[in-house]
Unconditional design. Structure first.
Length: 213
């Protein structure tokens, strides 16, 4: 930090800067606390989502293995081709404490039995169950995307705010405070010197007056 002129005006300006920096520091600390609370709340949701995903994926793979064994690969491939579809997905942006993160919106993934594109009389219950299980998996994946992205954004923002807090608390405010102290000391020394000169001047005037008396 450059040394500024040690005047009363600069002292007032620096004190004002210290006050502004301290208010900014408190705001940043409040923001970080809110972000950390949100981070842990979202992290709980992520942990729950991952546990649920593991469970549902295990069920889907078990059902797929059974369907392959009972119906064969060709029947599954044919049913999968018939059930193929486009799934519209829309991204919107939300803002929490100045943190922007995307949210994923999508149409319902899980379909009724007669909405999968193949004739229900032409496939077995094993294939229907496999389709249903994997639709559940896809829905969980889409649901977890927003949460995972939110967690990542919150973590990044917490790091950024922490760096700014450290810069203010450990660098900027101490530097400003030291400069305020130096200017105050300089001004106090000047006042003492002025007072000393004034006393000498008055004392000299008094001696002069007695000499002429």
């Amino acid at each position: 930090m450059e040394t500024v002129g040690r005047t009363r005006m600069n002292l007032l300006l620096l004190k004002r800067q210290v006050e502004v920096a301290q208010r900014g520091l408190e705001l940043l600390r409040s923001k970080r606390e809110a972000l950390v609370r949100e981070f842990f709340a979202v992290m709980d949701r992520v942990a729950e989502s991952r546990g649920q995903m593991e469970h549902v994926m295990g069920q889907a793979l078990t059902t797929l293995t059974l369907a392959l064994g009972m119906e064969g690969r060709a029947s599954l491939r044919s049913a999968g081709y018939a059930a193929k579809r486009n799934l519209p997905i829309e991204l919107t942006e939300r803002n929490v404490w100045g943190v922007r993160f995307p949210e994923v919106h999508y149409a319902p993934v899980l379909r009724a039995l007669d909405d999968r594109g193949y004739a229900t009389s032409g496939v077995s219950t094993h294939i229907d169950e496999t389709a249903r299980r994997f639709e559940q998996v896809l829905e969980l994946i889409l649901r977890s995307v927003s949460v995972e992205l939110r967690l990542k954004k919150l973590g990044t923002e917490i790091k950024k705010v922490t760096r700014r807090i450290n810069a203010l608390n450990e660098v900027m405010i101490p530097a400003l405070t030291r400069e305020v102290r130096k200017i105050r000391q300089t001004l106090e020394e000047r006042e003492r010197e002025d007072l000393f000169r004034m006393k000498r001047f008055k004392s000299g005037q008094g001696l002069g007056a007695r000499a002429y008396g």
